[in-house]
Design a protein. Structure first.
Length: 139
């Protein structure tokens, strides 16, 4: 975490340039813990940078547990680290999250939750369903 923070401190340019460089840095990591993700989000907030959908999508993809990934996904809607009018979950964010579910039923519940949320207006795409079908253990 300290290496990412140190690299971020040395980045020059606009907020968008810094965020782009930050996103590239975290993308090279194989996995992160939920606490590390929260620490990084706090660090961005402290430095006046709002994470974008790519930041959240990357963080979600680096988590191993569904519930941790769902917590990070949900942070987008709480506007704790961002403003919903500017950044909200989309299909690209939903698909890495659906990969984390343990059972098809959990995935269906997730799809129902996000689809019924008027604020999000998020609907699964073919990749979402294809990923969910990969979770099926029998025909």
């Amino acid at each position: 975490m300290q290496r990412i923070k140190d690299d971020f401190t040395h980045n020059r340019g606009s907020e968008l340039t810094k965020l782009y460089q930050f996103n590239r840095k975290i993308n090279v990591y194989t996995s992160l813990t939920k606490d590390e993700c929260l620490e990084l989000l706090d660090y961005l907030k402290t430095n006046g940078i709002y994470p974008d959908v790519i930041t959240f999508t990357t963080l979600i993809s680096k988590l191993n547990r569904y519930l941790d990934a769902k917590d990070i996904f949900d942070l987008m809607t709480t506007e704790t680290y961002t403003q919903l009018s500017q950044v909200k979950p989309n299909e690209i964010t939903l698909n890495p999250l659906i990969k984390k579910v343990n059972h098809v039923e959990e995935g269906i519940e997730l799809i129902q939750d996000v689809s019924s949320n008027e604020k999000l207006r998020l609907y699964p795409d073919i990749i979402t369903f294809s990923t969910l079908l990969g979770k099926v253990k029998n025909t």
